[in-house]
Every structure is written in structure tokens, then in C-alpha cells.
Write a protein that binds this ligand. Structure first.
Ligand SMILES: C[S@@+](CC[C@H](N)C(=O)[O-])C[C@H]1O[C@@H](n2cnc3c(N)ncnc32)[C@H](O)[C@@H]1O
Length: 207
């Protein structure tokens, strides 16, 4: 399995914990350094490699399953989707999570989110994403959508649980640079969140 743009490898570690060696995990991230994520009891299952989603250093058809969570929208989307499909074996699966506008944003919300919070990011509608992954050569595309709640107090609590929320908040409160960043980010996120949604899109590379 390949998890492209793995961040701190949360998903790969989760899958390794749940499925053990059956997962055969390998992750690639533009920001990663090899060996950056040791420990947690899964170091032998998760390998981190520095790579660009637009030119993955893997052979065609190298993986059964390829995922990219919130990554392609930071890059050339059609090219990134084609790379995900290229490294997937025929009959294998690609799954990506992306953002989309659930309702048309106000010009201010669009500008704040795409111009300030995530400069350079691009996305639009669910139909756009289906078109992009379909053009990448994936078939049987399925989608699931929902509101983007990860960065709302309710979503944060649901994702992290009360104990981790408290731990994260006290870490932020203890570091002025983090506090300043959150004070900058949260009001801007609040402007965009009412219009934002997530889409999970999954498809099969035809055999
Ligand atoms: C929003 S984070 C998502 C991280 C992780 N997938 C998750 O869901 O927690 C976006 C990730 O994409 C990575 N990224 C951005 N551009 C990339 C590129 N061209 N190639 C590979 N990874 C990239 C960033 O380093 C970052 O880790």
C-alpha cells in the first residue's frame, strides 16, 4: 500500500496497527525525510520516503492500494491523479480525500481560504473531482461527501477526544508561536468552514 503525502503518517500507522504485515505499507511525502517517523511499535511496517506526487519514484503498477488524503489539491490535480493511477496495479484501488465547496462561498470566504490559509490550493465541485479521477483512468468511481468539521470545536473534539484536545490545547498555550498561529488561523477558518466540504473518492484501475 502507498500513502502519498502522508504528513506524519497517521493513516499508515493506523493501518499498520490494524492490519499488521498484511498492509505492506509504504508512504511518500514531499515534506518527509527518510526514517523521520520511527517507533510507535510499527516502524518495521511503515517506511517513509521523500517523493513528489507529480513524479513518484515507483514503477508502474507497483501497489495494490494507493491513497492520498488531502494532497492532490496542493498540486497539479490531473497530473497527480494520473500518477496515483499509474503506480496502482490493474484491478487495484485508489482512494483520495479532497475538499470541495458544499455551497458557493462568498468572495471573502473563497479569498481567505484559497488566498491566505492555503495559498495555491485548487478545488471546486464534486463533479470536478470525478472528472479528474475519471480522466486519470479510474473506473467505478464512488464518492462520499460531508461537511468539513475537522477544524471546528465540535469536529476537533470528535476527532481527538477530550484528553488529547486538552493536551493539544495546553501545548499550544505553552508556546507563543503556536498561540499566534492559531489566533491567526482560527478566525480565517471560521469564515470558510460554512462553505467547505470533504469528498472521499475511490476508484479501481481497470484490469
Ligand atoms: C493537508 S496535509 C495531509 C497530510 C496527511 N495525508 C493527512 O491526511 O493527515 C498535505 C500533505 O501533502 C504533502 N504534499 C504537498 N505537496 C506534495 C507533493 N507535491 N508531493 C507529495 N506530498 C505533498 C504535504 O507535505 C503534507 O504532508
Amino acid at each position: 500500500m502507498l500513502d502519498v503525502g502522508c504528513g506524519v503518517a497517521t493513516t499508515a500507522i493506523q493501518i499498520a496497527r490494524r492490519y499488521g504485515h498484511r498492509g505492506g505499507h509504504l508512504t511518500a511525502d514531499a515534506g518527509a525525510r527518510r526514517g523521520q517517523y520511527p517507533g510507535r511499535g510499527v516502524a518495521d511496517l511503515v517506511t517513509v520516503t521523500s517523493a513528489d506526487i507529480l513524479a513518484l519514484p515507483f514503477d508502474d503498477a507497483a501497489f495494490d492500494v494507493v491513497i492520498a488524503e488531502a494532497v492532490t489539491m496542493f498540486t497539479d490535480r490531473p497530473k497527480a491523479a494520473a500518477e496515483l493511477a499509474r503506480v496502482t496495479r490493474p484491478g487495484g484501488r485508489v482512494l483520495a480525500t479532497e475538499f470541495y465547496w458544499r455551497t458557493p462561498p462568498t468572495p471573502e470566504a473563497r479569498d481567505v481560504f484559497l488566498g491566505q490559509v492555503c495559498p495555491g490550493m485548487q478545488f471546486d465541485t464534486v463533479e470536478d473531482w470525478i472528472r479528474i479521477y475519471s480522466a486519470a483512468g479510474l473506473a467505478g468511481l464512488e464518492t462520499e461527501t460531508g461537511p468539513f468539521e475537522m477544524m471546528t470545536p465540535r469536529g476537533f473534539l470528535a476527532d481527538e477526544g477530550p484528553a488529547r484536545c486538552l493536551a493539544i490545547m495546553s501545548r499550544v498555550a505553552g508556546r507563543p508561536a503556536y498561540t499566534r498561529k492559531m489566533a491567526w488561523l482560527m478566525p480565517r477558518m471560521a469564515k470558510a468552514v460554512p462553505y467547505l466540504g470533504y469528498i472521499v473518492i475511490a476508484g479501481t484501475k481497470p484490469a
